[in-house]
Design a protein around this ligand. Structure first.
Ligand SMILES: Cc1cc2nc3c(=O)[nH]c(=O)nc-3n(C[C@H](O)[C@H](O)[C@H](O)COP(=O)(O)OP(=O)(O)OC[C@H]3O[C@@H](n4cnc5c(N)ncnc54)[C@H](O)[C@@H]3O)c2cc1C
Length: 441
């Protein structure tokens, strides 16, 4: 047995590319690799669309309109382009896409380690070890809810949940709820819980306010028309801040023109500043609420002005609506007792982060973010998809994956070709020739 044979015998398999994750990003990458005849395998620790199966609360709908549910080779063709998809429909769509594109997915296969092996990558899973020339990390940007350290100071009689534990109001202990965080997730919870008759307080930090609909169109339609969603990562002034921006205060429903702090106040939700600390059974809130809200109001005005500018004097478009400034109490309460009645439960809607605990290649910065240039990771042959503002402002949306996956797969194919030319004695050689890879138009 020669060297390659001995190594292969110990391996579960070899392939040109391993894709980690069968969410929309992994499926899109697989579709394009298949189109270009690149041999690959997709490892998925659960089932296709696993994240949507695991993390969804009962009422969750996409906050992007149906027409924006697009993937390479797939366009929404249903009769409700401006509606919002529920989870059952979305999961069925992704399953169908995977089946139609014959994606070579190994489900129930968890990647436990990726490490460099010469010019190649050794990928360990719960079902064996593989050697590959390149890896696409499509394992998601929202694997773990981010919970601030002060959560450990919360007294035991208070129930604590993350968005991934939440199902519906009926599943919570009886009593009031403190929702920490006023981005898409926190706003949706506060709205739902108030609607279910709960006493709700929301702790508000930096947030992005915008109406669902404006001048006859969905706000995301306008943001696409104006080129805002298409703004490139190398054109953004402060990229690292852009990548950390909270999600917009949106909900997947056309029933309300806007879900904002005013509409929550109208439902009786108490608006507090950012949660700063827990001292015994007292929660302390920041006094900067007014400033934070003024800034969000100002940024919304700027966004709407950009849209107005794009519309110009087009008389076919409805006139501009106005939105009242965020109403804040003259002297908002800075402390609240965690009394087990008016606050019985805390939901930490404080964001999400990726999990790279299995990645044994030194490509993370000191904050744990993957270092990449538009999806091309600093270690040759390693790629990433699905991160916020990865190439454009829509990179983390289903809608944005097509362009990003095309860029990454084109770069990867070039990489495989270069590697083949320069590597005549590699441990594992890919079967990668100019003839083999057809470039899609
Ligand atoms: C609450 C919420 C609502 C959102 N709403 C919208 C929306 O309305 N519209 C929109 O466009 N975007 C939305 N997003 C953003 C984004 O589209 C989703 O986060 C989307 O799931 C990201 O897709 P992905 O394929 O990059 O990652 P994921 O869908 O997270 O897929 C990653 C896959 O990798 C698998 N995986 C992870 N680690 C491993 C491992 N070690 N081994 C094997 N498999 C692994 C996971 O099981 C998962 O299936 C939302 C995000 C969140 C959190």
């Amino acid at each position: 047995m020669n060297n390659i044979g001995q190594i292969s015998a110990r391996l579960a398999g070899t392939t040109d590319v391993i894709v980690i994750g069968a969410g929309h990003a992994g499926l899109a990458a697989s579709f394009l690799l298949t189109q270009n005849s690149v041999s690959h395998v997709v490892f998925e620790r659960g089932e296709v669309a696993n994240a949507w199966r695991e993390r969804s609360w009962d009422s969750l709908k996409l906050l992007t309109p149906n027409w924006q549910t697009q993937l390479p080779g797939y366009r929404y063709a249903g009769d409700d382009p401006n509606g919002f998809m529920g989870m059952a429909e979305l999961i069925a769509l992704f399953e169908n896409y995977a089946e139609q594109s014959n994606a070579p997915i190994q489900t129930q296969t968890t990647v436990t380690s990726v490490r460099k092996d010469g010019d190649n990558y050794r990928v360990t899973t719960n079902r064996g070890e593989w050697l590959t020339n390149a890896v696409i990390i499509a394992s998601g940007a929202c694997n773990t809810p981010t919970v601030p350290a002060i959560a450990s100071d919360v007294p035991d009689h208070i129930e604590q949940l993350t968005p991934y534990d939440y199902r519906s109001a009926a599943h919570l202990q009886p009593g009031g709820v403190l929702v920490v965080g006023a981005s898409a997730t926190g706003m949706q919870f506060a709205d739902e819980l108030a609607g279910a008759g709960r006493e709700v307080t929301i702790a508000v930090g930096e947030h992005v306010r915008m109406p669902r609909r404006y001048r006859g169109k969905d706000i995301l339609d306008w943001m696409e028309c104006c080129g805002i969603l298409g703004e490139r990562y190398d054109e953004v002034e402060d990229l690292s801040r852009g990548r950390r921006l909270p999600s917009s205060q949106l909900v997947g429903s056309n029933d309300k023109p806007i879900l904002d702090l005013n509409s929550l106040s109208d439902q009786g939700v108490r608006i507090s500043g950012r949660l700063m600390g827990i001292n015994g059974d007292v929660a302390q809130f920041s006094g900067s609420l007014r400033n934070v809200c003024s800034l969000a109001d100002l940024k919304m005005k700027r966004l709407l002005a950009t849209i107005d500018e794009t519309i110009g004097d087009d008389t076919d478009v409805p006139a501009a609506e106005t939105f009242a400034a965020t109403r804040i109490d003259e002297s908002p309460q800075l402390v609240r007792k965690l009394d087990g009645k008016s606050i019985r439960t805390i939901i930490w809607a404080t964001g999400f982060r990726p999990d790279y605990s299995w990645l044994d290649v030194p490509v993370l910065d000191r904050k744990g973010h993957i270092q990449h240039d538009g999806g091309v990771v600093t270690s040759p042959g390693l790629y990433v998809l699905g991160l916020p503002l990865m190439r454009t402002r829509k990179s983390s949306f289903i809608f944005g994956i097509g362009d990003d996956a095309r860029h990454v797969s084109d770069h990867l194919i070039n990489y495989l070709q270069t590697q083949t030319r320069s590597n005549s004695h590699g441990v594992y050689q890919n079967d990668c020739s100019q003839q083999r890879y057809r470039r899609s138009a």
